[in-house]
Design a protein around this ligand. Structure first.
Ligand code: UT7
Length: 325
């Protein structure tokens, strides 16, 4: 038992229904060439009509558990980071708990920090570990496709559905050697889903007020500027040289955002592991999905050092440095 956490296993679930850029060309005035060159996205996955965020989260967590034959009743807490919960309440995490038939001694709750949900959940998991929680699952899960205006070409080409799950174990090893979260609530209008909460509860289901609205160019500029200064600060404060980093796991919103941040920090693009090409922006799910794919294909070695960075609506963002043990 310790006051830090280590990654024990990572899993993922992506719906099998693929929507390509060529499919989108038939829906709005866009082109594969525009989408690929401006964002890096070629295709994304969409949940089936009868699939909910909790279903995706459940399958990702099962996948993480199966990889190491982990009994999920060993968990002490189950956190679902999502901006697209099944319902306002009960939480998506409680439904996942029910789907898995877990014991009552496991805490379950949702965490809403939009695309930065995974970064925020890491900090919560670290706090729980310092209180004696041994095994903590963090699942990032989203069904964004239900909150997209499919007539708005400026947003509908960007997002996708999916889930990634990490099982953390409390540890005496350093684990997260650095973590910092940020917010700027004054820019809320640049990226939002206005309806569906207590502010605007009574819109009809097909109302555009339930859909994502974004001023993309402004979000882009702010994300690049803040993420690069936050990452630089992390490297300076921990006296980390770029060549000491084994890899970067960045929120997959736009390949140009990621590469601009890396360029400003003097980090070669190849250090970042990306899957935006295949899944688009899956918000809180994007980083745990990448970690799961990285563990499947390369595996993390003892002492490897990784940077994790995310940025989302709020605005909220965060940077972590993680040393694997
Ligand atoms: O998850 C965190 C939150 N989200 C983000 O971080 C997303 C941040 N923003 C972005 O990724 C980019 O700003 C976008 C990909 C959304 C847009 O790329 P951009 O290079 O900033 O393009 P733009 O908004 O400046 O638009 C350029 C042109 C415009 O036409 P005009 O005004 O120059 O004639 C748009 O109307 O591209 C047009 N456009 C499109 N054309 C074809 C916008 N969307 C499309 C489209 N297909 N899908």
């Amino acid at each position: 038992m310790g006051s830090n956490i280590r990654i024990l296993s990572a899993g993922k679930y992506l719906p099998d229904n693929v929507l390509t850029n060529y499919d989108l060309e038939k829906m709005v005035e866009t082109s594969d060439e525009w989408i690929v060159s401006r964002t890096g996205i070629k295709e994304r996955r969409l949940a089936r009509e009868n699939e909910f965020t909790s279903d995706l989260a459940y399958k990702a967590l099962l996948n993480a558990a199966e990889k190491i034959s982990f009994d999920l009743n060993e968990l002490d807490a189950l956190i679902v980071a999502t901006g697209t919960p099944d319902r306002l309440f009960p939480s998506t995490a409680a439904r996942v708990h029910g789907l898995l038939g877990l014991k009552k001694e496991i805490a379950s709750f949702d965490l809403l920090a939009a695309c930065a949900g995974f970064s925020y959940a890491i900090e919560v998991a670290r706090g729980l570990a310092s209180q004696g929680y041994r095994y903590i699952a963090v699942v990032g899960a989203e069904v964004l496709s239900r909150f997209i205006n499919w007539n708005d070409r400026t947003t509908c080409v960007l997002f996708g559905d999916g889930a990634g799950a990490i099982i953390f174990q409390s540890s005496d090893e350093p684990g997260f050697i650095y973590g910092k979260l940020y917010s700027n609530g004054s820019l809320e209008g640049l990226l939002e889903i206005p309806g569906g909460g207590s502010m605007l509860p009574s819109c009809t289901a097909d109302s555009q007020e339930y859909k994502i609205k974004m001023l993309g160019r402004e979000v882009f500029k702010y994300a690049v500027s803040e993420l690069s200064s936050a990452l630089n600060e992390a490297l300076v404060k921990t006296q980390t040289k770029v060549n000491q980093l084994s890899g970067i796991f960045a929120h997959q919103a736009n390949i140009r955002i990621i590469n601009s941040v890396l360029e400003r920090c003097g980090i070669p693009f190849e250090k970042s592991f990306n899957n935006i090409e295949r899944y688009g922006n899956t918000s809180a799910a994007s980083i745990p999905i990448i970690i799961a794919e990285y563990m499947e294909t390369q595996g993390m070695k003892q002492n490897d050092l990784y940077a994790i960075l995310s940025f989302g609506a709020g605005f909220v963002w965060g940077v972590h440095l993680y040393r694997h043990s």
